[in-house]
Design a protein around this ligand. Structure first.
Ligand code: C5P
Length: 232
């Protein structure tokens, strides 16, 4: 397998958590969420380098966490931007030039397992870009500003998209470069590739790979981790 460079965007403000500070530092089983996330990649034998992107105020806290946990694959901690996309772009720029395959994974998704990550990479290997996603359970409707339904989308074709997302570095850089020069913003990196017409392959993800965004998510994440520990 190729050696992968990982970019972890962790520069969000976490307003939906209501904690008053970056949600990535909230404790999950006694450790900050971000520590759980970085550990996945520190422990993977196909990862050679990790870049963490934090907000300006958090860089020194992240630096302390990295040293305390001896995360020696972390090669850079860089400053994020206003939008997630700006943060990822900064992270990709900080990767060593030798890295040709890049994985982007949200700092707020601490429950991805090493097995799931490696299965994803194996399935993604033959594609220039691939994303993890799961079928949606609910019916999804598009709604007007008035609250009236304008469209019901056929559920069998819908997926809830997660990270990790993996890309050939050249394609990812091109997509980010073109997006920033034309002022285009997407909520994930794959959408930038779609926007310039590159194919993106979907690989089935895991129901447990949640993004810890609200207090309910934190409660659920604790339950999932407790169950995993009980199974050991
Ligand atoms: O905002 P959202 O929940 O989509 O954020 C997903 C991930 O991107 C989080 O880990 C968050 O910290 C990160 N992010 C970032 N820079 C931003 C906004 C979000 O690194 N400006």
């Amino acid at each position: 397998m190729a050696k992968y460079g990982i970019v972890i965007p962790a520069a969000g403000q976490g307003k939906r958590m209501g904690a008053g500070y970056n949600k990535q530092f909230l404790a999950l089983m006694g450790e900050p969420i971000l520590v759980h996330t970085v550990r996945i990649f520190q422990e993977s034998n196909v990862v050679s380098e990790i870049v963490i992107v934090g907000s300006n105020d958090d860089i020194s806290v992240i630096d302390d966490l990295v040293h305390h946990h001896k995360f020696d694959k972390v090669s850079a901690i860089c400053k994020g931007g206003v939008q997630r996309q700006d943060s990822v772009r900064a992270g990709v720029q900080a990767l060593s030039p030798t890295i040709q395959r890049v994985v982007v994974h949200d700092g707020a998704r601490p429950l991805l397992t090493l097995e799931e990550f490696h299965r994803f990479l194996g399935a993604a290997e033959k594609f220039p870009s691939a994303i993890m996603a799961i079928p949606v359970k609910d019916t999804i409707k598009q709604v007007l500003a008035t609250g009236e339904v304008s469209l019901t989308l056929p559920r069998e074709y819908l997926r809830a998209v997660q990270t990790p997302q993996v890309f050939d570095r050249g394609i990812l850089e091109e997509a980010h470069y073109r997006a920033v020069s034309e002022g285009y913003y997407g909520t994930d990196d794959a959408s930038l590739l779609e926007w310039i017409g590159y194919p993106v392959q979907v690989i089935e993800g895991s129901q447990e790979n949640i993004k810890v965004t609200t207090p309910e998510d934190l409660w659920l994440a604790e339950r999932i981790l407790a169950q995993r520990l009980a199974r050991l």
